[in-house]
Design a protein around this ligand. Structure first.
Ligand SMILES: [Fe+2]
Length: 292
């Protein structure tokens, strides 16, 4: 390892250490949900301790997107009607929004751009997964939401690199950006992202999806979820949403389509549906998601 790379890795480690822990109540609720014998009453009691989280979940539960139909007035009703997988997604969305809203100048991503990209990836991954297995849809959402979390620490490497050699990264980079990061810094945002997920105590399957979201054929524990996240990430990149210096510089693995039994005609049909879906989602979060 060169001295330069050692310095970069030290800076990335420091950045990882500075990432704030997840907010207490959503984290407590998610920790409970990782236990095999948790009960919904206990979960509702924990969520109720956070008023703004409670209001947010009730708003989501009463939205057209989740389509429950009957008015949902209590957090216990919301938890019961939406089910544990959707509640997990909502808790995670709420917990990580502030961390992921931050600007990433090294990647040339303005404030909110990573969050916007991640939300789109999550929503599209969920819908893609539904075509294969409805029960795994929320897991795909989670993977999509967190797949680029490593960029929040990797950004320091790009900031320093650009300072020393302005513009060089953009002009000289080979096609695959994971390869670029690995070659320049001895690490890449997928490895860092999996590490952050481990620090936050998230399951190994989720860590693996983050690690291989650009190379889903290497996923062993979770190939279908990882494939859905990979395809969703490519779609969002092609839509030009929340992309920075890495732009379209990632390989697409067609085997991900085979993994989910999809062909390109399916994706075209899917895209017609997704535009309306994203408009519905816009109503649920605090800023527009339907514009780049
Ligand atoms: Fe990525």
């Amino acid at each position: 390892m060169s001295n330069d790379n050692e310095q970069v890795l030290n800076e990335i480690s420091k950045k990882i250490e500075k990432i704030p822990p997840l907010p207490r109540i959503p984290q407590k609720a998610m920790q409970l949900m990782m236990k095999p014998d948790f009960n919904m009453k206990e979960l509702s009691d924990i969520i109720s301790q956070d008023q703004s989280l409670t209001i947010k979940i009730l708003r989501w539960a009463n939205s057209a997107y989740y389509g429950i139909g009957n008015p949902v007035n209590s957090i216990h009703q919301a938890v019961t009607y939406l089910g544990e997988h959707v509640i997990w997604s909502l808790l995670l969305t709420s917990a990580i929004s502030s961390v992921m809203m931050a600007p990433l100048p090294g990647y040339d991503l303005e404030m909110g751009a990573l969050w916007k990209h991640s939300l789109h990836t999550a929503i599209i991954a969920r819908e893609l997964m539904k075509t294969w297995n409805e029960k795994m849809a929320e897991e795909a959402y989670t993977g999509g939401l967190l797949c680029d979390i490593g960029k929040i620490a990797m950004d320091v490497a790009w900031q320093n690199y650009n300072e020393e050699n302005p513009g060089q990264a953009k002009e000289d980079a080979p096609l695959d950006f994971v390869f670029v990061e690995q070659s320049l810094f001895g690490i890449n945002h997928t490895i860092i992202g999996a590490k952050i997920a481990e620090i936050w105590g998230f399951p190994e399957t989720l860590q693996e999806t983050i690690r291989y979201h650009h190379t889903p054929s290497r996923s062993e524990k979770n190939p279908k979820i990882t494939s859905a996240v990979h395809i969703a990430d490519v779609i969002v990149n092609c839509m030009g949403i929340g992309i920075g210096i890495d732009g379209l510089q990632y390989y697409f693995e067609p085997s991900a389509m085979q993994e989910l039994g999809l062909d390109f005609k399916d994706i075209v049909r899917f895209m017609d549906k997704i535009v309306d879906l994203l408009k519905e989602i816009e109503l649920l979060i605090d800023f527009p998601v339907t514009t780049a």
